[in-house]
Design a protein around this ligand. Structure first.
Ligand SMILES: *Cc1c(COP(=O)(O)O)cnc(C)c1O
Length: 465
């Protein structure tokens, strides 16, 4: 392909993209495709001769697009959002075009410096104290793994990387029962082990970790000769939004010298609204590491996960490695690949710059405030449906409910709603029962989109009950 053809196709694809987004509301959120149907339409071997872009593009529309779940659909209420605001998409196109490797300052000076400034813009936007620095990672899973490795190294006098873990006893990490599965996996791959991730019972209306139970667990572990290494706190758990009271958890952390990582992957974005901070983020500045995903609620195209560090030194002592071929000479600079597990890094800061400048904090705050308010209204409408029960009250814009009947009826309703296609919901579990989750957070959803959940739930239930 030559560059003139590239330019023509680039314009064509930009037009296609605008049309796709303008007509998204008319499509079902999930495709009506069965497993294997898409693969069956693809050639089973790579072509020997090159093909025309027009043929490739035609197949993209006919085959690929008939099998996509539309994450940018305004009536997507499943999981958590993966918002991609248009300015962040434009930035991604530029990043794709320049295609730089942003591992060292020298390999990407502007990307490195923009990353430092964007992390600081977001620090201010979230109300975090001066002094926090940070790094942009691909996912919260990677940031949490970095933090767990740091806990491991810190608790072993930075000997784990060199000597391995054998003979070092049981390192212990504490979290609530409401954490995301990425915490379990970080403990698996860091060599800590599932059995050494201690899950503390939750309490109170926000389903936060019980600090007294946390302290008891730590004391029992010390008595047993184990090595407490860290705490993973959460703001906005995936199931029902479980959020720890940070002050009491951090008091225990300090008493036992435990490194504390906070997973706010979803809910962190809402902290750009100062009115939510008292309830969720009092004392947040005491955390050693904090992760949140601008690629979820905030609007930065996937992937974009920011990890803030109160002091970057422990993580750098854990992850920094400098073979001869990565050494650079000259003035002291930041090389972000020393802060993370992968060496190669995308230029993720550009989409944050485009997003934040294009909407301003006020534009982004207004969206999040609407989502929280509309989730509250929708919750009341569903509460009023005959025989329906609200199983967890809204935490920011996430709540859950049950229809009349048992667990099988909940799944039956979710499946029927998703076949209907006007909205997309997913199930979860709470207190040993199946629940139906609703989160409001799609970037361009309207109040009417949100209230449509009430009508669709009611209609579909009437059909299947
Ligand atoms: C989405 C989510 C994660 C995982 O995020 P990735 O960026 O996909 O790794 C972790 N924790 C919470 C609370 C989440 O909502």
């Amino acid at each position: 392909m030559n560059w003139d053809e590239y330019a023509d196709w680039g314009k064509h694809i930009a037009d296609w993209g605008a049309q796709y987004h303008k007509t998204l509301r008319d499509r079902p959120v999930r495709p009506a495709t069965r497993p294997g149907e898409i693969a069956a339409q693809l050639a089973t071997a790579p072509p020997m001769k090159g093909e025309d872009m027009s043929a490739i593009m035609a197949d993209f529309e006919a085959i690929v697009m008939s099998g996509m779940t539309h994450w940018q659909h305004p009536r997507f209420f499943a999981y958590f959002p993966a918002n991609a605001a248009p300015p962040s998409m434009l930035a991604e196109q530029l990043v794709n075009t320049v295609a730089a490797q942003c591992m060292l300052w020298q390999t990407s000076p502007a990307a490195t410096e923009l990353e430092g400034v964007m992390v600081d813009w977001l620090r201010q936007a979230l109300g975090l104290a001066e002094g926090f620095t940070g790094v942009i990672q691909d996912s919260a899973s990677s940031a949490t793994l970095s933090a767990v490795l740091t806990m491991r190294e810190r608790a072993t006098g930075y000997s784990g990387n060199r000597e391995g873990l054998s003979g070092k006893g049981h390192l212990r990490i504490y979290c609530s029962q409401e954490v995301h599965s990425s915490i379990d996996r970080a403990c698996w791959v860091a060599g800590i082990g599932q059995d050494n991730l201690v899950k503390i019972a939750t309490t109170g209306p926000r389903h936060g970790m019980d600090p007294a139970a946390l302290e008891e667990a730590i004391k029992a572990d010390l008595t047993a000769g184990h090595n407490p290494a860290g705490i993973i706190a959460i703001t906005g758990g995936t199931g029902v939004g479980g959020s720890d009271a940070l002050g009491p958890v951090l008091r225990v952390a300090r008493a036992y010298d435990l490194y504390t990582h906070l997973d706010a992957a979803w809910a962190g974005s809402a902290m750009i609204c100062p009115e939510f901070r008292d309830a969720f983020w009092a004392d947040v500045d005491g955390c050693d590491s904090i992760v949140f995903n601008p690629h979820k609620w905030l609007g930065a195209q996937f992937d974009c996960s920011v990890q803030f560090l109160r002091d970057a030194t422990p993580q750098l002592n854990t992850l920094k490695i400098e073979p001869e071929y990565l050494k650079t000479s000259g003035e002291a600079v930041t090389n972000y690949s020393e802060w993370t597990i992968p060496l190669g890094r995308r230029f993720r800061a550009l989409k944050l710059w485009f997003l934040l400048r294009s909407y301003g904090l006020e534009g982004l705050q207004a969206r999040i405030r609407n989502h929280v308010a509309w989730a509250g209204e929708l919750c009341e409408a569903i509460r009023a449906l005959d025989g329906f029960e609200i199983t967890t009250e809204p935490i920011l814009s996430l709540f859950s409910f049950r229809c009349p009947g048992g667990d099988a009826d909940q799944q039956r309703l979710v499946d029927a709603i998703n076949v209907d296609g006007r909205i997309y919901l997913t199930q979860g579990a709470f207190d040993g029962r199946k629940i139906i989750r609703v989160q409001v957070g799609q970037f361009d959803c309207t109040r009417a989109d949100v209230m449509a959940v009430h009508h669709v739930v009611q209609e579909v239930w009437e059909q299947i009950k």
